[in-house]
Ligand binder design. Structure first.
Ligand code: ATP
Length: 199
């Protein structure tokens, strides 16, 4: 499921629409300090559903929108698209090519698209679950993340192994099913109370 293309438009320092093509093998991105190398990995993380502004070195999610420079006015929106080769169906989606787009406006409105169809954040997260590249995986290691992992609680570290083993997906489904069971039990208690009142 290689990432073949990344399109960044209005995200952080990328005021101009920029397309990066990834060939087979290793791609190295080089540039002077502050030229935007980390912004590229953050664009990937953001498009995959990152919801913590701090992880993207901001205070607010709107901080990802190009804030202007000496020569350019600030922009009103940011958009990032990831294109994956899905011929091996590693992503749970019936298409040889899968594109995931995230868009944000200065108003704070946000939108996700899979193959140009509007979807929920939940759908994007589910698409990447068990793919090995989901939000908390080690596919993207930012500066300082190694220390963070080494110092993390054992339960958090266990999530990393569970994702690699492919069980995280089932664990999440179990959590949802348990929450529904709890709700149903509460409803049953309420019904019993009402029946008793009516008797
Ligand atoms: P280093 O090698 O020092 O780690 P880098 O190449 O990884 O640097 P980044 O940290 O990706 O560089 O980019 C930092 C640049 O992005 C800074 O110049 C910063 O002003 C710019 N930047 C960040 N957010 C925005 C934004 N919302 N609008 C405009 N520019 C931004």
């Amino acid at each position: 499921m290689p990432l073949t293309e990344l399109v960044i438009d209005g995200f952080k320092s990328f005021a101009e629409k920029t397309t990066i093509h990834f060939g087979s093998g290793i791609t190295g991105i080089v540039g002077p300090n502050g030229s935007g190398k980390s912004n590229i990995t953050e664009a990937i993380r953001w498009a995959m559903g990152e919801s913590r502004a701090k992880t993207l070195r901001g205070d607010n999610m709107k901080d990802v929108i190009f804030a202007g420079s000496e020569f350019r006015k600030p922009l009103n929106s940011a958009e990032v698209t990831l294109v994956f080769d899905n011929k091996n169906r590693q992503l749970n989606f019936e298409s040889d090519k899968v594109s995931v787009t995230r868009r944000i406006l200065r108003s704070g409105d946000s939108e996700y698209l899979i193959n140009n169809q509007s979807v929920r954040l939940k759908d994007v997260r589910e698409l990447f679950l068990d793919s090995g590249i989901s939000q908390n995986s080690l596919a993207i290691i930012s500066q300082g993340r190694v220390d963070q992992i080494l110092n993390s609680r054992p339960e958090d570290r266990r999530d990393i192994f569970e994702e690699a083993a492919g069980v995280l997906h089932f664990k999440k489904q179990k959590e949802i099913a348990n929450a529904q069971l709890d709700k149903t039990n509460q409803n049953l208690v309420r019904i019993n109370d009402l029946v008793k009142e009516l008797e």
